[in-house]
Design a protein around this ligand. Structure first.
Ligand SMILES: C[S@@+](CC[C@H](N)C(=O)[O-])C[C@H]1O[C@@H](n2cnc3c(N)ncnc32)[C@H](O)[C@@H]1O
Length: 247
């Protein structure tokens, strides 16, 4: 594989915000608000795929999980608490010390590294689960990125990927609403043209060699300020599950 998924402009945006990862009222407020619903989806999909009992003490013990584009570790930490052997990788170097310090303060053992999916894949690393949440809309060469994510899956492993749909509503909600009106994110955090429709994402995953198995929306309620899952409404934010065939 010969790709470079790093978009220097995107990495610079995240470098500038790195200190704010764990500030629930700061620039990553949308991810903090979204986290409970994302985690429900991830835990349910992983538990179902590997037949794990979520009422057990460390239900993900023995599972090697990669969180690619891990940012400050908002997803790595709950995975570590569930017992997973978790590796968090991000292309923005400033994110990694922030993630490491927070994990240390939380008493969690997480392997954080600066890097990319393609570098890990070239090194032959493989995982039982690849988490790929809110990253694909920030990379250069999304197809090359998903090809690398495929290679990072052990045969039979599961890939969970969330992103933002591309349509008039997502422009209104994710850019005008979140960046210009609510000012949750700095203007320019998202480029509408880099958003990906669910069909496009499934097409790229299939081309990469994965078998898509689920797609679900998550929807923001502006009255209750909460997020919920919606199997029918994928008009803005959505998450997908796909597997690498076993043989
Ligand atoms: C919107 S944040 C999502 C962070 C985290 N996945 C979460 O959902 O909490 C996108 C992250 O992807 C990282 N990123 C962007 N391009 C990347 C690439 N090519 N390879 C790895 N990480 C990348 C950014 O540095 C940033 O931390």
């Amino acid at each position: 594989m010969n790709t470079n998924t790093i978009d220097d402009g995107e990495i610079a945006k995240f470098e500038a915000m790195a200190a704010e990862w764990w500030d629930e009222t700061g620039k990553f407020k949308p991810l903090h608000m979204m986290n409970p619903v994302r985690l429900d989806y991830i835990t349910m999909q992983v538990a179902a795929h590997y037949n794990r009992d979520l009422s057990a003490d460390r239900p993900f013990a023995g599972l090697r999980i990669l969180d690619i584009g891990c940012g400050g570790g908002l997803l790595c930490e709950p995975m570590a608490r569930l017992g997973a052997d978790i590796v968090g990788v991000d292309a923005a170097p400033r994110n990694i010390p922030v993630a490491r310090v927070h994990a240390e303060q939380s008493g969690l053992d997480i392997d954080y590294r600066v890097g990319t999916a393609e570098a890990l894949a070239a090194a032959g690393e493989q995982f039982d689960v690849v988490l790929n949440m809110e990253v694909v809309e920030h990379v250069a060469d999304p197809q090359g990125y998903l090809d690398a994510c495929h290679d990072l899956l052990k045969p039979g492993a599961i890939h969970l990927c969330s992103t933002i749909n591309r349509n008039a509503k997502s422009f209104a909600m994710a850019i005008v609403g979140a960046e210009w009106v609510m000012r949750w994110l700095p203007k320019g955090t998202h480029e509408w043209s880099k958003f990906i429709t669910p069909d496009e994402l499934f097409g790229m995953m299939t081309k990469a060699g994965m078998e898509p198995v689920d797609r679900t929306g998550y929807v923001f309620n502006p009255l209750s300020f909460t997020w919920s899952m919606s199997p029918k409404d994928l008009s803005v934010n959505y998450v997908t599950a796909a597997v690498r065939p076993a043989g």
